[in-house]
Design a protein around this ligand. Structure first.
Ligand SMILES: NC(=O)c1ccc[n+]([C@@H]2O[C@H](COP(=O)([O-])OP(=O)(O)OC[C@H]3O[C@@H](n4cnc5c(N)ncnc54)[C@H](OP(=O)(O)O)[C@@H]3O)[C@@H](O)[C@H]2O)c1
Length: 286
C-alpha cells in the first residue's frame, strides 16, 4: 500500500491515477477528498502529525509534498511546520520508501529570509529534513509547472497580458504536471531509484513562448508577455491579495530563474517528461 499526500492536486492526482492503473492499493490524503475509484480516501490536515502517522501506518511507500499556499502569511514558517510534521510522521510510522516532490533549484540553500531562491528555499530545507530519515528517499525535482500559468488566467483575461518578472529571453525547464506525476509514480514502483530524479520537461522554453501557446487556448489570441520590474511585480502581487512576504519570495525565485540558478544538472534522461508546451496548451483548449 502506498500513501499519497496532496492526492487531489496537480501532481498527487496524477500519482494516484498511475498507481491505480497498476492495481497498487492507495491511501489518498487531502483535507477535502471524496470517493476515488480504487483508492481509500483519507481526509485530514498534514499539519496534524498524529493523523498523518495513521495515514502512513503500514505503508510500503509514501509520496509526500509541501503544499504551496501563496495566500497564507508567514510562508516560510508554515512550510517548516508542515514539513516537520510530514517527516516526524514518516519516522514514527517507519515508512521504508519515500518519494518527495521537490524542485529543480532545491539543491541551492535558500539563504537569509529565503532571498536566494524564494519559495524553493523551503524545498531545500525539506530535502534536508527528509535526509534524516532511516528510509530510501527520492527527491523528484521538476522544472516550472506549465499549470502554474493557469493560476494567472483570470488576470490574463482581465488585462490581455501576462505579467511577471522573469526575463523574456530566459529559457527555463518547463514541464506538465502529468509528466511529473508519472515520474514520481515510476520512482515509487521501481525496485530501486536514485536519490534525485530530475524532471525538466522535454525542452527549456521561455515565458513568451508559453504565453504564445496558451493565449489562443484560452481564447486570447493576442495575449502577450510583459516583464515588470521586480518592485512593481511585488506590488502587483500584493494588490492581487498575496501577503507581502510571499510576493517577495515569488520575485526572489524569479531572480534565481533569471540568474540561471534553477536548472537541470543531468542530461535529459528517461524521466524528463515528453509533453511539449504546444501539446499541453492544446489540452487546455480542449
Ligand atoms: N508550481 C510550480 O511551478 C512548481 C514547480 C516545482 C515544484 N513545485 C512544488 O510542487 C508542490 C505543489 O504541488 P501541486 O501543484 O501538485 O500542488 P497543488 O495542486 O497545489 O495541490 C496541493 C494538494 O495538497 C492538498 N493540501 C493542501 N494543504 C494541505 C494540508 N494542510 N493538509 C493536507 N493536504 C493539503 C490539497 O488538497 P486540500 O486543499 O483539499 O487539502 C491538494 O491535494 C509545491 O511544493 C511546489 O513548491 C511547484
Amino acid at each position: 500500500m502506498i500513501t499519497v499526500l496532496g492526492a487531489t492536486g496537480n501532481v498527487g492526482s496524477q500519482v494516484v491515477r498511475e498507481l491505480r492503473a497498476t492495481g497498487t492499493p492507495v491511501r489518498a490524503v487531502a483535507r477535502t477528498i471524496g470517493r476515488i475509484d480504487g483508492a481509500e480516501p483519507w481526509p485530514g490536515d498534514m499539519g496534524d502529525t498524529a493523523f498523518l502517522r495513521r495515514a502512513f501506518d503500514g505503508a510500503d511507500a509514501a509520496f509526500v509534498l509541501l503544499p504551496l499556499d501563496a495566500t497564507t502569511p508567514g510562508y516560510a514558517a508554515s512550510q517548516a511546520r508542515l514539513g516537520s510534521s510530514v517527516v516526524t510522521a514518516l519516522r514514527e510510522a517507519g515508512v521504508p520508501r519515500v518519494v518527495a516532490l521537490s524542485s529543480l533549484g532545491a539543491e541551492v540553500p535558500g539563504g537569509p529570509d529565503l532571498s536566494v531562491t524564494g519559495y524553493l528555499g523551503s524545498l531545500h530545507e525539506q530535502e534536508a529534513r527528509l535526509a534524516t530519515l532511516d528510509a530510501r528517499v527520492t527527491a523528484v525535482r521538476p522544472g516550472m509547472f506549465l499549470e502554474s500559468f493557469l493560476q494567472a488566467a483570470e488576470a490574463m483575461r482581465a488585462h490581455g497580458v501576462h505579467a511577471d518578472s522573469i526575463d523574456p529571453h530566459v529559457a527555463l525547464p518547463m514541464v506538465a504536471t502529468r509528466d511529473v506525476g508519472r515520474a514520481a509514480a515510476a520512482a515509487l514502483l521501481a525496485p530501486s531509484a536514485p536519490g534525485i530524479v530530475e524532471v525538466p520537461g522535454p525542452a527549456d522554453r521561455t515565458v513568451p513562448e508559453v504565453v504564445a501557446a496558451l493565449g489562443p487556448a484560452l481564447g486570447l489570441p493576442d495575449l502577450s508577455y510583459v516583464r515588470l520590474p521586480d518592485a512593481e511585480m511585488e506590488q502587483v502581487l500584493q494588490q492581487a491579495g498575496m501577503p507581502a512576504d510571499t510576493a517577495r519570495l515569488h520575485v526572489a525565485m524569479n531572480r534565481a530563474f533569471n540568474a540561471g540558478r534553477v536548472r537541470a544538472h543531468d542530461p535529459r534522461g528517461d524521466a524528463t517528461g515528453t509533453l511539449t508546451v504546444e501539446e499541453w496548451a492544446a489540452g487546455v483548449a480542449s
